[in-house]
Design a protein. Structure first.
Length: 269
């Protein structure tokens, strides 16, 4: 896959250093000097970026940046260019911007899932940048499973597919029982949702045909070949959370791998 270079002009400035709170601060501040710099993006560089971003919608894309400037700067600039409104930046149910640690305690991250299943409207796009990995180790690939491939494979199981498209699942009833509840199908046309462990906890409550459909879905996605994308110094990955399942690599927690993740679009409530 061709990676799209982020505008060189964004890296003529002092690197933004800090953490997820720093990035949230920038995205909430239209007068931030780096947001001002985004508003001065040179035309040709902006054109290439616009085309690259369009190519990520419905699929995924990779973006390159000068590694020495750091991913915090790179993701902040790209997110500012995409332009979530300052009021939409939130810290609810995982939040808009987070530093995520790979490995121990994140078993769901390493299994096929979509992001933000408990959100009323899951985020549209997920942007990932490399923050840290133990010295001397190469970054392993993040894997994507395009839902177009899942749909095609599920065509062999039309009864299960019909159930998965239409039968609502209560996405907050186990982990967020105190919040306002809602239900939505796994393969909903506009906003698909999948976290295997959450669905497994609901198994007792499902009708037999739903239980069967979920079993077929699990077996189907386990058999498909993933697409690989590497988040590493100098390279960001952005994928459409509405058209892909994804999973993180298996990685030793001792390597202390940290990524910065920005969820673009969507709303927790
Ligand atoms: Fe995820």
């Amino acid at each position: 896959m061709t990676a799209i270079p982020l505008p060189a002009a964004w890296f003529d400035l002092e690197p933004l250093t800090g953490d997820d709170a720093t990035v949230r601060g920038l995205l909430r501040d239209p007068a931030h000097p780096l947001v001002e710099a985004v508003r001065r993006t040179p035309t040709q560089q902006g054109r290439e970026l616009a085309a690259g971003l369009r190519s990520a919608i419905g699929a995924h894309a990779e973006f390159t940046y000068p590694a020495e400037h750091g991913a915090v700067h790179a993701v902040a600039m790209l997110a500012a260019w995409i332009g979530p409104s300052p009021e939409s930046i939130h810290e609810d149910l995982g939040g808009t911007v987070t530093i995520v640690r790979s490995g121990l305690g994140h078993r769901d991250d390493q299994q096929w899932h979509t992001d933000s299943t408990p959100w009323w409207r899951p985020n549209a796009m997920t942007l990932l940048g490399h923050v840290h990995l133990g010295l001397g180790f190469d970054a392993p690939a993040t894997e994507l499973l395009p839902l177009v491939a899942v749909d095609e494979a599920m065509a062999a199981h039309p009864a299960a597919l019909q159930v998965l498209r239409s039968r609502p699942v209560p996405w907050r009833s186990k982990n967020f029982a105190d919040r306002k509840q809602f239900s939505a199908p796994i393969l909903s046309l506009d906003l698909p949702r999948w976290v295997g462990s959450v669905v497994a906890e609901l198994d007792d409550e499902f009708a037999p045909e739903m239980r069967d459909a979920v079993a077929v879905f699990r077996a189907t996605i386990a058999d498909l070949s993933p697409v690989q994308a590497v988040v590493e110094p100098g390279r960001l990955v952005m994928f459409d959370n509405r058209t892909n399942l994804h999973r993180g690599p298996h990685i030793e927690p001792t390597l202390d791998r940290r990524l910065i993740r920005i969820k673009l679009g969507g709303a927790p409530d």
